[in-house]
Write a protein that binds this ligand. Structure first.
Ligand code: G4P
Length: 358
């Protein structure tokens, strides 16, 4: 589906934004007219409520002047080049790469160039935010990564759950190297580089692991992170990301998933469109969670725009004339998904994704 920024909805006119493209592609009726329902009002007819800030995560630098479509969000070429160079320069210093991904979107939250950037360095994939992800999916993802020769571990850096498995997993990954050091009598500590796209939890991970307590780790877009070393309880040295890695924005599915999880700032996105897309995924895979949270009666309508209106109505989000404030309903759905209030939900599964982003 085409992801449009908010002000492009004006062109879309009736129906839920983006519905035409989707309907064209799939033959499905996505628009508000489907089922003879009332049309989505023109933006100027809607109530203008102050936009609640849903997320304050890191994201590419976006100003009102350069608001792009998601697909066109790009990191500055100079910034990419600098990150590539810094990672390459750091490789001789490290024994392993610790790649942090979001357990809810373990492929979409990866950097597609990491393989070529880090070459044959042993890699441990950390599926962070496992508390928000579907446990069954996380188990399958771990098997998926392992089957591709990557060590993998699920953690929740918010509570610390699973973090105590990090050292053993790293030592197992580097088993041969540690034996070699031991046979040579070398008194060396493991050094690993922590990498990941913004918002996956790199700072939270380093803060959890850092022996000295909370570390000052900053990850502002457009600002290259300083090469900083942190030391864990058992003496492993962690190199904070030398530069910022970027996801595969040009893939619309990837961009959407990043938006759902809050890795792309909402201000540039159409919230109602996003909520409708999210609802269509949730309806397909997690209907019971949706019905329970919003007190809906199954079977759920296949029209996500109507579903969004139903949710708004259930929550009493009405504006004058009894119409549903769909923007408020959209913010609620997105917020509650991100906060894990709907339950533990994974948006991509290994068997559905195959190797397409791998
Ligand atoms: P980054 O360095 O990769 O950019 O990510 P960072 O650690 O800043 O984490 C981004 C957001 O994700 C933070 O939320 C952080 O608390 C949250 N987070 C990190 N790890 C986990 C986890 O395992 N589980 C859950 N549920 N959340 C996690 P925030 O709202 O941006 O900040 P704050 O309100 O927590 O301060």
């Amino acid at each position: 589906m085409a992801v449009t920024r908010r002000n492009q909805n004006k062109k879309t006119g009736a129906g839920h934004p983006g519905s035409r493209d989707k309907a064209k592609q799939t033959g499905k009726r996505y628009g508000a007219n489907a089922g003879g329902q009332k049309r989505r009002p023109e933006p100027e007819q809607r109530s203008h409520r102050p936009r609640k800030s849903v997320d304050k995560s890191s994201e590419p630098v976006i100003t009102p002047e350069n608001q792009p479509d998601i697909a066109n969000i790009q990191w500055f070429p100079g910034h990419m080049a600098r990150t590539r160079r810094k990672i390459k320069e750091s490789l001789p210093l490290i024994d392993a790469v610790v790649e942090i991904v979001d357990a809810r979107i373990p492929l979409a939250s990866r950097n597609p160039e990491l393989d070529s950037l880090t070459g044959r360095k042993p890699r441990l994939v950390i599926l962070n935010k496992a508390d928000l992800a579907d446990e069954a999916a996380t188990r399958r993802w771990i098997a998926y990564f392992r089957s591709r020769g990557l060590a993998a571990l699920a953690v929740d850096c918010k509570s610390g759950r699973g973090c105590n498995q990090f050292q053993p997993a790293l030592r197992e990954l580097l088993h041969d190297l540690l034996e070699k050091w031991e046979s040579k009598g070398a008194n060396r500590t493991i050094r690993a580089m922590v990498v990941g796209i913004p918002n996956v939890g790199k700072s939270s991970f380093i803060n959890r692991m850092n022996r000295g307590g909370k570390a000052k780790v900053e990850d502002r877009p457009g600002v290259t992170r300083m090469n900083q070393w942190f030391v864990t309880e058992d003496g492993t040295q962690l190199l904070d990301t030398p530069g910022v890695l970027w996801p595969k924005f040009e893939d619309q599915n990837v961009a959407m998933r990043l938006a759902f999880t809050g890795a792309i700032k909402d201000q540039v996105l159409n919230l109602e469109e996003m909520a409708c897309e999210l609802l269509s995924i949730l309806r397909a895979d997690y209907t019971p969670l949706l019905t329970e949270r919003y007190k809906l009666t199954p079977p759920l309508t296949e029209d996500s725009w109507i579903l969004l209106q139903e949710i708004g109505r259930r929550r009493g989000m009405l504006v004058s004339g009894g119409e549903v404030d769909t923007e408020r309903a959209a913010i609620t759905v997105l917020d509650e998904y991100r906060g894990g209030k709907l339950g533990r939900i994974t948006l991509e599964w290994p068997d559905k994704e195959g190797d397409s982003h791998g």
